[in-house]
Design a protein around this ligand. Structure first.
Ligand SMILES: [Zn+2]
Length: 471
């Protein structure tokens, strides 16, 4: 009797003056609201004619039987909007061709000065999913196929009753799990792998943190992070199309662990540490990260790519990047070279030792490679062209603190950062003092440095210089 994981359902049908939600008007509303209480459906029916405040086209009057004379004196939508909103409150909005009814109501609510959103279930799509071979999924076809008896057709309440009856017939005709699954998939509600407890998602907070998926083995299968743990974990199991990794995770997962963090930065840092320490089988990101690096140029103009493991954080400010890989760096250089008529050979983009470079042959290099431009001039233009990629100077004399407060306000993490690298995170003054007294050597992590630089660029990184009184 309707999926237990969902709130109440409102089966809705509207009669209108036409088919354009933005321009046409509602003439009648029918709602069958179904709340499931202790496993039994409690059904409440409501309907009203609505004065559209415009004439109803004769063809529509003939189809619905709703005439100008009938709606004269009926309330306009503005007068009904509060009642309709409270009837639909907290419900899944279910309708036959739901986009139509939902669009009309949304516009009508908007004109009445109310915002309206709901989770939507389209019963045409539900019919198609469960009866893919059936001829026709319009309401007449569905009523005939399932021998429904809704009373007045083409009147709002009759049609709303018909779709409620249709859903009941589905549960009579199929195993409950089949109908539940079809509804959940149409609504993109995560359906968890059967090995997990059904409330596994409810146990997760809707805040930032890291999550660990385990199979039978004590080592995790997968580690991830999110600013909304419940939503992110659900997303692994919800979409119609799942990645190879998600399919494998669905088969192998046995339990989920999570750790909350104060914010996004904390989650990212914790994920990076956990992945390095626990080496989960399905995290591909780790290997990729080893290819990350930064670019510098020697005095003689020679480019040098330094991979992540060899990066000394002290040298990070002033270098270019960070890049995800040497290939990403080269692609970026080629683009800048084309825009600024730089030399492919001098940028290290080609190996041939002499003659005009590839760009020169295409007349896209000013010609430092053939003596047509002074090297110092080329390198000056190069520095200007690459300036947007330059890692900015570190704005403190040593380590600085980024405080991150949980949305709930019940914890504040203090991340200690030096030269765009992370040194550690303190949960209280004692831990912070210990970290600042004996700071570890900063180590480079692509994602951490990128997040810090992105926040710095958008002025969202509040760096505090340590208060030595703490130490
Ligand atoms: Zn050249």
């Amino acid at each position: 009797m309707l999926p237990a994981a969902l709130p109440a359902f409102a089966f809705v049908d509207l009669e209108t003056t036409g088919t354009h939600a933005a321009g046409d008007r509602i003439t009648e509303i029918g709602i069958v609201r179904v709340d499931v209480v202790d496993g039994a459906p409690q059904v409440r029916e409501w309907s009203s004619l609505v004065d559209p405040e415009v004439p109803i086209p004769p063809a529509i009057q003939a189809l619905t039987g709703i005439t100008d004379a009938m709606v004269r004196g009926a309330p306009c939508f503005g007068h009904l909007s509060a009642d309709v909103a409270s009837l639909l409150e907290g419900c899944v909005f279910a309708a036959h061709n739901a986009r139509f009814d939902y669009g009309f109501l949304k516009h009508a609510f908007a004109r009445a000065g109310r915002a309206f959103t709901a989770r939507v279930l389209c019963t045409v799509r539900l019919s198609r999913r469960l009866y893919p071979d059936a001829q026709g999924h319009g309401l007449d076809a569905v009523i005939a196929r399932h021998a429904l008896d809704p009373g007045a057709r083409h009147r709002a309440l009759g049609d709303a009753r018909a779709i409620w009856q249709f859903v009941q017939r589905l549960y009579d005709a199929h195993p409950r799990s089949v109908v539940d699954e079809a509804i959940k998939r149409l609504m993109r509600i995560p359906s968890l792998p059967a090995q997990l407890p059904p409330d596994a998602l409810d146990a997760l907070p809707e805040g930032p943190g890291v999550y660990l998926f385990y199979g039978d083995n004590p080592l995790p299968l997968y580690i991830g992070k999110s600013v909304n743990l419940r939503e992110r974990v659900g997303a692994h199991f919800s979409s119609d199309w799942r990645s190879e990794t998600d399919l494998r995770l669905s088969r192998e997962i046995r339990r989920i662990e999570h750790e909350e963090t104060a914010g996004e930065l904390g989650a990212l840092l914790r994920e990076a540490i956990l992945i390095k320490a626990r080496l989960p089988a399905h995290n591909r990101a780790l290997r990729r990260k080893e290819e990350a690096g930064v670019l510098t140029f020697a005095e003689d103009g020679a480019p040098r790519y330094t991979p992540a493991a060899a990066i000394d954080a002290l040298d990070l400010p002033g270098a270019y990047g960070p890049f995800a890989s040497r290939a990403a760096m080269r692609a970026c250089l080629r683009e800048r070279a084309a825009d600024h008529r730089l030399c492919w050979r001098r940028l290290g983009l080609e190996r041939r030792p002499q003659g005009p470079c590839f760009a020169r042959q295409l007349r896209r290099c000013e010609g430092v490679c053939v003596g047509a431009e002074e090297p110092a001039v080329h390198d000056g233009r190069r520095d200007a062209a690459l300036e947007p990629l330059r890692i900015p100077p570190w704005p403190a004399h040593g380590p600085a603190i980024v405080r991150e407060a949980a949305p709930s306000g019940d914890r504040v993490d203090a991340h200690v950062i030096d030269r765009w690298c992370w040194l550690g995170t303190a949960r209280d003054d004692g831990e912070l003092a210990a970290l600042l007294d004996a700071p570890p050597r900063p180590t480079f992590d692509l994602d951490v440095t990128r997040l810090l630089l992105r926040r710095h660029a958008s002025r969202q990184l509040a760096l505090a210089v340590p208060d030595r009184a703490l130490a």
